[in-house]
Ligand binder design. Structure first.
Ligand SMILES: Nc1ncnc2c1ncn2[C@@H]1O[C@H](COP(=O)(O)OP(=O)(O)O)[C@@H](O)[C@H]1O
Ligand SMILES: [Mg+2]
Length: 171
């Protein structure tokens, strides 16, 4: 019993990280394609960063890579959630900037999406504490004309992020 406890305690604290330069739009798109390839049902990707940091652009890249073409991917600033029927996976792109109270989240149906799909969330801070322990977080920043994406894999995503980082590294 204590062994199980130790294991679960270890998995709770497991995380990995990877920082990628994304100054060029092509780099943002390449990162989006990598994330898109790794996504499966139940996945939560939190996109953090200030206004203009590139959260929507990265989400757009993920959606387009999964769709296989340059479909329109508007910012969900006003609709709050956009849904995409990508091959084999429902993808929901949410922007919680305008959410004032976490209780509003239930109406957005994000938890239902996770039963068959994956979630990309801008401004996850608006619903702090709502997210599963296993998740991929991407903190985007823009400083002195340099854009960076700092990725952190939590829980099961710790190993998956390492795989994502090493997979097709030279492609
Ligand atoms: N390498 C890049 N990665 C992401 N966005 C970029 C890049 N280069 C230029 N941009 C531009 O910067 C802006 C980022 O805005 P957006 O993705 O809407 O940010 P956020 O959703 O974080 O507010 C867009 O106008 C986008 O076209
Ligand atoms: Mg945005």
């Amino acid at each position: 019993m204590s062994l199980i406890w130790l294991k679960s305690k270890a998995s709770m604290t497991t995380q990995s990280s990877w920082t990628v330069p994304v100054t060029a739009l092509a780099e943002t798109q390449a990162l989006g394609a990598r994330i898109a390839e790794a996504l499966t049902a139940g996945d939560v990707v939190l996109l953090r960063g200030e206004l203009g940091a590139g959260k929507t652009e990265l989400a757009r890249a993920v959606v387009r890579a999964r769709m296989g073409h340059d479909c329109e991917v508007p910012s969900p600033t006003f609709t709050l959630v956009q849904h995409y029927e990508t091959p084999g996976l429902l993808l929901a792109h949410a922007d919680l900037y305008r959410v004032k109270d976490p209780s509003e989240l239930a109406e957005l149906g994000l938890d239902e999406v996770l039963e068959t799909g994956a979630l990309l969330v801008e401004w996850p801070e608006r619903a702090a504490g709502h997210w599963p322990q296993s998740r991929l977080e991407v903190a985007l920043s823009l400083r002195n004309d340099t854009r960076l994406a700092a990725l952190t894999g939590h829980g099961a995503w710790a190993d998956r992020l390492i795989a994502l980082k090493t997979h097709n590294n030279n492609a």
